[in-house]
Design a protein around this ligand. Structure first.
Ligand SMILES: [Zn+2]
Length: 372
């Protein structure tokens, strides 16, 4: 078994779970936030810096690595861990989401998806078998089934056909998977915002007995309360003895809401993406460090943070770097933002252990400036 989930404790007042995910590259304490390293790098950060933030696992994108440098080159290098010098766990997505979000010219058939390379315009074809071939070559600890992620909103008939195709594709992914001994293949539950379709998708995929399950098709433009409602009826359909992963979600409130509903794993480009335009998440709320307010602010980015950035640099200095497009500036904000979410998840894990997650949520929301 490539991955084993161990449930340690369930919060007394919510559905939150404290667990451990054992993988070939180490054990992950859950719930966990996974920073995104699309092109085999979490933008601007070295693996050493990532480790200093406490990152336990990162996500990398199959679609991007397939196009550049090519999965064959990564395989020749000894796999993704070696290629990028990251010896902790890695998860790769299947490329499905990118095919649907980055490419405007696409044709979906039972066989797979024909689309144009978003860089060169060249015609490409991705199928369940091809996605798994690439993921097997990359060698991540956790790999995702090739699915279709329908847009929001989508009509019910389309959602139904799409989720049924996703089930058939999931079967083909499983059949094509050549490294079951050291890579865990997760299934992705689809069905849009429809309760019955989510149930159908979950039931069909559970029959295939994947070692873990993701909720896909959320955070695609729907309002937050709808996303939470979908989690309310979807998470209880997922097995309790397997990890549950909510794809593409990573704002602090979404992480709290997801954990409360029983999600164990999250990934999002948010902390690094907003860092690059000088926006930081801090214990006192969002700080847009490029604002003129901070020109003479010689205090740390976050007064309650002990990351490398906050220990050594001021808001005024970081603002200056970002204003001048100095790469060191976005490296400093990236380090802080990743550290912030990872520290927050550590606090969440501790709170679950002590049955005080709702109290933590309340105090976090108050200081961050969210309304409860
Ligand atoms: Zn910091």
């Amino acid at each position: 078994m490539a991955v084993r989930y161990e449930l340690i404790k369930t919060d007394k007042h919510t559905g939150a779970r404290r667990g451990r995910l054992h993988t070939p590259h180490g054990t992950i304490e859950t719930p966990v936030f996974m920073p995104v390293g699309t092109l085999a790098t979490v933008k601007t950060m070295s693996p050493e810096e990532l480790k200093d933030t406490g990152a336990q696992i990162i996500l990398s994108n199959t679609y991007h690595l397939w196009l550049r440098p090519g999965h064959d080159i990564v395989q020749e290098a000894g796999g993704l861990h070696k290629f990028m010098n990251w010896d902790r766990p890695i998860l790769t997505d299947s490329g499905g989401f990118q095919v649907f979000s980055l490419s405007d010219l696409r044709k979906i058939t039972e066989e797979g998806v024909t689309f144009r390379n978003h860089l060169s315009g060249e015609k490409l074809f991705l199928s369940p078998e091809k996605a798994i071939e690439i993921e097997n070559a990359l060698g991540a600890d956790i790999i995702m089934a090739f699915d279709e992620c329908p847009p929001f909103p989508a009509d019910r008939q389309y959602l139904k056909e799409s989720l049924e195709r996703t089930t058939r594709w999931a079967k083909r992914c499983k059949a094509a998977h050549a490294r079951e001994h050291d890579q865990a293949l997760f299934g992705i539950i689809q069905g849009g915002m429809d309760k019955e379709l989510r149930r159908q998708s979950a039931e069909e995929l559970l029959e295939l007995d994947f070692p873990g399950y993701a909720v896909g098709g959320l955070s695609v433009g729907e309002p937050k309360d709808i996303m939470n409602e979908v989690l309310d009826f979807t998470v209880p359909l997922m097995p309790t003895n397997k990890p549950r992963y909510l794809m593409g979600v990573g704002s602090p409130d979404d992480l709290f809401e997801g954990v409360i509903r029983g999600i164990d794993m999250f990934d999002c480009v948010l902390p690094t993406r907003i860092a690059r335009n000088g926006t930081c998440m801090t214990s006192v709320g969002k700080v847009v460090v490029r604002n003129a307010t901070y020109a003479r602010d010689f205090g740390p980015l976050d007064p309650n943070c002990d990351c490398y950035t906050c220990k050594n640099y001021s808001r005024a200095y970081i603002r200056h770097l970002i204003k001048c497009d100095e790469t060191f500036g976005i490296r400093l904000t990236s380090i802080h933002n990743v550290h912030f979410l990872i520290k927050m998840m550590g606090d969440i894990r501790e709170a679950i252990e002590e049955d005080r997650l709702l109290e933590l949520k309340k105090s976090f929301y108050e200081s961050y400036g969210y309304t409860l």
